[in-house]
Design a protein around this ligand. Structure first.
Ligand code: UDP
Ligand code: MG
Length: 321
């Protein structure tokens, strides 16, 4: 029987959380009294996560596990989950219990009332550093001013998604995955659901500053072309300045007053700086075009448990012609 609900749980080195997470998820899902599956994506964990997940798959018929051949990142793991989910409604939830499973029934209620995407909006965030909260706020402001105000703030990946919207995401071939942006882009009836985000149940965050910056860059570069145009506007301003200076030099020449001293080197430095930064912005986009054009599979499934029929054992290319 096809499940009504698919839970998608990306796991990277979560050995201390898995058991408790599964217990709480199962309790909530049993109360909903509908067939469900729990899809755990082991994103190349190096601790005991793989074995624990296989144990769960043995004990619980609702469990499916995908083991990646290597760490591909949270957004890719969730994408794989979306690809393999069979439910009518998909729920994306972290493995560390920061997103309380008890919120799921409220999401389901909104879904039954007609919403196609119910995204969790954080009211409180426990156990996060000041730095993370502040940078997140600035970032969403920047992203929204660049991308036309389409992205809800204080929103992560914790959400319920109707299978119709999931189908749209499956059809999006891009490798630079910024899922919350992709969901916003998909449209449909979307609703916010306020919740309090908890601290991690155990362990530490796997989102290093580097990964966070990468995700932030994906968001801006994937959903806004404006940065590509900045150098153009700046360049035009500088051309105008150059024109004025040229005219001034001509006037000075005819009045026999010579030319103004330090201005030139200053302008030279500034000009070079501008050219270089323009090239840099072009490069940022070009790098992404290159990455997309390579068209490599987004992830590689090394092993799978609990699926019927089994997904292709080794390669799972995202692109379906
Ligand atoms: N995660 C993943 N791959 C990674 C990093 C994280 O699958 O490379 C998973 C992780 O196991 C957790 C979720 O993504 O279920 C969110 O990660 P984390 O809690 O470390 O990030 P934070 O909540 O601090 O932003
Ligand atoms: Mg977390």
């Amino acid at each position: 029987m096809k499940p009504v609900f698919s839970l998608i749980v990306p796991c990277y080195n979560e050995e201390d959380c898995i058991r408790e997470t599964h217990r709480r998820l199962s309790a909530v899902m049993r109360d909903l009294a509908q067939p469900y599956e729990v899809l755990y994506i082991n994103d190349g964990s190096r601790d005991a996560t793989a074995g624990l997940l296989n144990d769960l798959a043995r004990e619980d018929k609702a469990v499916r596990v995908l083991h990646f051949a290597r760490n591909a990142g949270h957004q890719v793991a969730v994408s794989a989950g979306i690809d393999h989910a069979q439910g009518q409604a998909l729920v994306i939830i972290d493995a560390d219990l920061q997103d309380p499973p008890e919120v799921i029934p409220r999401m389901v209620e909104r879904w039954r009332a007609g919403a196609k995407v119910v995204y969790g909006q954080r009211r409180a965030r426990r156990g996060e550093s000041r730095f993370k909260l502040l940078t997140a706020r600035w970032y969403y402001r920047l992203l929204n001013s660049l991308a036309g105000g389409a992205f809800p703030r204080d929103t992560g990946d914790f959400r319920l998604v109707d299978h119709q919207v999931a189908e749209v995401i499956r059809a999006m071939p891009e490798r630079a995955r910024y899922l919350r942006g992709m969901f916003a882009w998909a449209g449909f009836e979307q609703e916010a659901l306020l919740y309090d985000r908890d601290a991690r149940f155990a362990g530490q965050t796997h989102y290093s500053l580097r990964k966070m910056l990468r995700l932030a860059a994906h968001g801006v570069l994937s959903f806004s072309e404006k940065p590509l145009l900045w150098p153009l506007w700046a360049g035009l301003v500088w051309l105008a300045v150059a024109l004025v200076l040229a005219l001034k030099a001509v006037v000075f020449f005819f009045l026999g007053r010579g030319n103004p001293g330090l201005l030139l080197p200053f302008l030279l430095c500034l000009g070079v700086g501008m050219v270089l930064s323009s090239l840099g912005i072009l490069g940022a986009y070009l790098a992404r075009v290159y990455d997309e054009v390579k068209g490599r599979p987004l992830y590689i499934v090394a092993d799978a448990r609990g699926f019927d029929p089994q997904p292709p054992p080794l390669h799972q290319a995202r692109r379906r012609a």
